[in-house]
Design a binder for this molecule. Sequence first.
Ligand SMILES: N[C@@H](CCC(=O)N[C@@H](CS)C(=O)NCC(=O)O)C(=O)O
Length: 208
Amino acid sequence: MNENDLILHHYDASPFTQKTLRMLGIKAANWFSVETPMIMPKPDLVALTGGYRGTPVLQIGADVYIDNQRIASELETRIPKPSFFKNGEQGLQMAMIKWSDAFFRPGLHMIIALQSKRWPEEFAADRRALFPDINFDTIEKELPYARSQLRAHADLLNTQLQDGRKFLLGDKPTLADIHAFSVPWFTRSTMLEVNELLEDLEQLSAWE
Ligand SMILES: N[C@@H](CCC(=O)N[C@@H](CS)C(=O)NCC(=O)O)C(=O)O
């Protein structure tokens, strides 16, 4: 190994890890993989990051990059071509990170409402501690709202793709696609009912 090698600390079930995997794909980067546990304790990772427990984390030599936003800008600097950004639309694409967090939220609420009672005890306890703002015992009541929010966000993507374009901003994938796709990826792969919920959004599934 050398000091410029990319080392990704991650677990792949995470939709946020999936974003970085797609970034590495667009850049056709070579990288090394370190698989981390999905729940605490994570002594090696926490020692590396100085306390951050999440996934993904990108390490390059002695530098550690946390959060997809930071990882994207580092990859763009180190591997400029092909660029993540369509000319002149960098601000908008970075702003989409916050939108994708809003898209993620109803997916998270749905999976907790539909599945958390069947999760292994240790995993459920870890996630309860991670999301103190979500009441796991009453979230089921929010299910209709969460479904409608997930569908509404997905419909925005379908609308953007209405003219038959291959990617959200044209012929080539950009960071906008990466931030948008992780939620359909995660919700479809974990909850069968999402396929039904999004069934008529044809442009969306073609793009995915
Ligand atoms: N803003 C961060 C969010 C990362 C994130 O929340 N990852 C989740 C996995 S989906 C996580 O770290 N969960 C806790 C854990 O893995 O210990 C990013 O974009 O990288």
